[in-house]
Design a binder for this molecule. Structure first.
Ligand SMILES: O=C(O)CCC(=O)C(=O)O
Length: 294
């Protein structure tokens, strides 16, 4: 039984734009996930896993020539050979909370992105203040319109080590930025001090805690090369989102999900979730990228 009131989560999530939930990794799966993360991170750092977020780029497409990494992409990819990731992604614990936050049934969920956020080893850096699917130079009206669209999806970070990297502005998923907030989020510059942003708070996760957040909340993150970060970073949507979820998800290049051998690694729930994202992929054309890079 969860130690929190599941119905209160959605209210908090809707009001603040984020909510922290403990205990979504079962004790039996934790050692396998830990081991899978260690192998995936090692391959990424030694250069044998090509799907990575590289220091110097905040959003896709990432620059493969850069040696230092701040993320491992596509951890469910069959080439990585780590099925613990998909088992957790489709687990009852996680799916139960996602359904509550999205107000949908498990039968409506679609499989989306699953990556790892890690500390770079030589270059500390920061992600600028942004909303994942609204450009930094959007006008107030454009921003209001974009924020009024419900995308039928949720994103989360689950920390395996204490994680203090993420900063958010609570409630900003619903309202356009104030002029003072725009001044600190209209360029591609990373923040000097994230807490200079009016209304910003630092999100601290203890190992095992998950923060679910609306990815259009105003957020940024700092990456310290000296602090170990091992954070599962994923999102899930539901079919009612249709093409409105397509760009944000498919810009990450998910062609490999269509491969039969990927389907073979899934249980029945996973296969159904996979079929729904493949249908979305097939229903939309070229999607482009959500945000500009620096
Ligand atoms: O590092 C983080 O926690 C946030 C990552 C992020 O901002 C993003 O993926 O859009």
């Amino acid at each position: 039984m969860p130690s929190y009131d599941i119905s209160a989560l959605k209210q908090l999530y809707d009001t603040q734009g984020y909510v922290i939930v403990p205990g979504l990794i079962s004790p039996s799966l934790l050692p396998e996930l830990e081991a899978a993360c260690a192998r995936a991170i090692a391959k990424t750092r030694e250069g044998t896993w090509p799907h990575r977020r590289t220091v110097g780029r905040q959003f896709p497409p990432y620059d493969e020539s850069k040696p230092d990494s701040w993320g491992v992409q596509h951890v469910m990819h069959p080439d990585l050979g780590e099925d613990a990731f998909a088992r957790w992604y489709t687990s009852d614990e996680l799916v139960g909370v996602v359904c509550e936050l999205l107000g949908c049934r498990a039968e409506d969920l679609q499989m989306e992105l699953f990556n790892l956020l890690i500390n770079p080893t030589t270059h500390s850096f920061a992600l600028r203040w942004h909303r994942d699917d609204v450009r930094e130079n959007a006008s107030e009206d454009e921003e209001r319109e974009a924020l009024g669209v419900w995308h039928h999806g949720v994103q989360w970070n689950t920390a395996l080590r204490k994680d203090t990297c993420l900063f958010v502005v609570p409630g900003s998923h619903k309202v356009p930025r104030t002029p003072a907030q725009c001044a600190l989020s209209s360029t591609l510059e990373a923040p000097v001090n994230p807490l200079d942003m009016p209304g910003a708070v630092r999100v601290t996760l203890q190992p095992g805690e998950t923060v679910f957040y609306n990815n259009n909340i105003l957020h940024c993150a700092t990456y310290d090369a000296r602090e170990e970060r091992v954070t599962l970073h994923a999102c899930m949507g539901e079919v009612r989102g249709g093409p409105s979820r397509a760009r944000n998800i498919l810009q990450h290049g998910l062609g490999w999900m269509k491969e039969e051998r990927f389907k073979e690694t899934m249980d029945e729930r996973g296969r159904r979730m996979l079929e729904r994202i493949v249908r979305l992929q097939e229903s939309v054309g070229e999607v482009g990228y959500s945000l500009a890079n620096n």
